[in-house]
Write a protein that binds this ligand. Structure first.
Ligand SMILES: [Zn+2]
Length: 375
């Protein structure tokens, strides 16, 4: 089979359809609508790839999902650096990369009502901004700017925890409940004679994925990888495997624990981590004030300094093209996490008129401006 997606629109449609098909395959046992949806995605792929070029049955699609996406995309895989993306692992579970990278390409595949809407997780069929808008709908329509940004900050800082602790925090901060918190997903719970427990990622706070005794955050850039030590009595303690300088979280009992769903984590918590990291580092510069998500998220940060004001959007995408071609950032200054420093030059080329920085580069610039002003 030869494949042939020539342009980025086709790449988006194919990646989107492949991801949906993978989610549908993982849910086929409990969801009667999964097979019909899988056939629909087979049709989408056949249409996108052209007659005789792509898979022609749902099972052929599923077989391809166990291989790098390059097998479907062909030469076009280079367009988004998507060639290595694999959707299903050897046990036919959705890979972390599918959620981390694939959902950047999530595309509305249906002009009218989406048939997957009733049961597919929203990250599989909605774009990030649609998920964000849905979560904050009531706050945007009726809340104040403060209520909006407090609720948003809460979902970034507390995406999981003990139910009574979460409620106490919300009451203390007068946080309006924007989303429901559900039980910890089964693939994030570790079971041993010591009991059932989960661990929050030390970077994002959401339950890490558990596979046997391997424990890791689904977002690879958090570099949170551990091994559960089940030899001692009680709940197992983690041993750090990654080189990152992160703390080792304590085990949390499953009973009474709650977390936001994967869409909220992926589209609000994960992108919020570098936003709040930038805020924290800017506030350490004397004389600097920061407002988060002013005017209900028109931009990410408004930065006020004695030397002048800045408007900033923080973008954490695997593929820089999805930043430039999506809802192009509104702010003049665009900041990427330090681990995306290789995107600075290409982004500056793609978005003339914007200034592009890493978090560290931007903080250095603000610090230099402020100390220049003080001289
Ligand atoms: Zn994490």
């Amino acid at each position: 089979m030869q494949a042939l997606a020539e342009d980025r629109t086709t790449v988006r449609v194919i990646t989107s359809a492949a991801m949906r098909a993978a989610v549908e395959w993982t849910r086929r046992d409990e969801e009667p609508r999964a097979w019909r949806e899988l056939s629909r995605m087979t049709g989408v792929l056949m249409y996108a790839l052209g007659p005789g070029q792509g898979p022609s049955t749902p099972l052929e699609v599923v077989e391809l999902l166990r291989h790098p996406l390059a097998k479907i995309l062909g030469p076009a895989a280079g367009l988004g650096g998507l060639g290595d993306l694999v959707f299903l692992d050897q046990d036919d579970r959705l890979t972390p990369a599918a959620v981390e990278v694939g959902c950047e390409y999530t595309e509305a595949l249906f002009a009218t009502e989406d048939p997957g809407q009733g049961w597919l997780p929203s990250w599989a069929w909605q774009r990030a901004e649609q998920v964000q808008r849905r979560v904050f709908e009531t706050l945007i329509s009726s809340g104040t700017e403060e209520a909006y940004s407090a609720a948003r900050r809460f979902l970034i800082e507390n995406p999981a925890g003990d139910e009574s602790g979460l409620t106490a925090l919300m009451n203390a901060g007068r946080i309006r409940r924007a989303v429901a918190f559900g039980p910890i997903p089964a693939d994030r719970v570790h079971r041993s004679p010591g009991g059932a427990c989960w661990w929050p990622c030390p970077v994002c706070g959401w339950p890490m994925a558990v596979r046997g005794d391997d424990v890791a955050c689904g977002y690879s850039h958090h570099q949170a990888r551990f091994r559960a030590d089940t030899h001692s009595a009680g709940l197992p303690q983690l041993v750090k495997i990654s080189q990152a300088r992160i703390r080792v979280p304590d085990p949390q009992p499953e009973h009474g624990a709650r977390c936001v769903d994967m869409a909220v984590w992926r589209f609000i918590t994960v992108p919020g981590v570098p936003e709040l990291q930038l805020e924290r580092r800017l506030l350490a510069v004397p004389g600097v004030a920061v407002t988060m998500w002013p005017r209900m998220d028109r931009i990410d940060l408004a930065v006020r300094t004695p030397a002048g004001d800045w408007e900033v959007d923080v973008k954490d995408h695997a593929d820089p093209v999805t930043i430039a071609e999506g809802r192009c950032p509104a702010a003049r200054d665009v900041v990427v996490p330090d681990y995306r420093r290789s995107q600075v030059s290409p982004l500056a080329r793609m978005m003339p008129g914007k200034r592009v920085w890493t978090i560290s580069g931007f903080v250095r610039r603000v610090r230099a401006d402020v100390s220049g002003e003080a001289r």
